[in-house]
Write a protein that binds this ligand. Sequence first.
Ligand SMILES: Cc1ncc(COP(=O)(O)O)c(C=O)c1O
Length: 434
Amino acid sequence: MILNPSLPSKRGLANITRDLMMDLSREAEAMPPYNRQTTPDGLVDLTSSLNDLMQNEMQSYILSLNMQPEDYLSFVPPPGSSSLAKAVADFINLNFNPSQNIRPEHIMGANGVSSLLDILSFSVCDPGEAIMLATPNYGMFKHDMQSRNDIRFVDVECDLEDKYFDRFTASNADALVEKYEVAYMKACEDGIRIRAILLCNPCNPLGRCYSRHTLERLAQFCGRRGLHLISDEIYALSAIHPNANGSTRESTMESFTSALSISIEGIDTNMVHVLYGCSKDFGLSALRLGFLITQNVILKESCRRISVPTWVTTFSDRIFTAFLNDRDFHSSYIRQYQIKLSEAHTLTTTFLQEHAIPFSPSNAGLFLWIDLSSSLRYFQGPGNEANGEDASPEMQLTRYLLKQGVYLNPSEREDFALSILKLPIHEIRDLSDL
Ligand SMILES: Cc1ncc(COP(=O)(O)O)c(C=O)c1O
């Protein structure tokens, strides 16, 4: 019996059941943003990995294209034009060192990697099937892949017994694969069918890249178990120079290797799918453009069939095609960007060191993984109206910080991801005064 016909479907309703993070984001949206001159008491929002380091250069470049309405008022196909696919394929061949030449027909565009995660989830898994994800990971993966699709996640816990287990380094590859094996076997015992593993490389939120050896071992694991390997490489070029914060440990950190570049026996290239987009490395998140790079013709066609709702706009298509085709400009952009990113990283890590805030050393990405667990002791009791009645200590701390004017992403555990680029860090209030 339908009680109230005006209500959304059960699955629609499930998406609006109480979600502390979403509720918190709504509260944050209502607060005036920080501005040094006009609203110095406003909110410093550090939750988004936005890249505004090269905004001036990008704005001048887009203006120099001198686009006219006739350039963007007619349709391109839903996954983008063939010129865009060619430009992306060339770019990937130039920067991702693929083991096989990537061709335009391997590329499918959509309005952002978020949309492609949803599409891939639908096209790789049947209802009830699962994707494996190492923890900690990008907080929106589950949201983006599960909101519309009845799929599950099987967590591969890399932070439970050993908070600082380094899953990226080659020397831990066997230990990491063992964790995947254990989680896989447990899922099988529970009757869960796993279809894929999802990697974020470079990793949001840890800012680290998987070693080639680790990628190979994970790909072999996928080969043995018949799983797809999906690699979100949206931060591929957000590399920080090796000695950006003077730490000796940093020099041992691996630089970026794409899943497209691994080539060893037992790996079926049809099972390797990479996601890339213009939101992060190029600071163009408002263009809403993301790309699936896959050699799996049938999977790509199945994704394409549902790409009308994620239609690429002609405007974005034209801008990004021009940018990618201008090899001199984008190569110089990347060089300058990495220098500025390294400077921002040094500024931030220096700030954290000076204020005795522990963080996980990193060499990629737009964020740092900081550890505020020592402050959790102030939030051990039950929550209250001000900090969330049924909130965990982490959520209470998040809410407390929000009230003080700083908004951070809480993890499922005790650490927080701190986005480093939203504002120059010296303008941020002292977080250690808790
Ligand atoms: C790992 C990762 N994938 C995807 C996205 C979203 O990308 P897009 O703007 O292309 O939807 C983000 C944004 O923060 C991200 O961090």
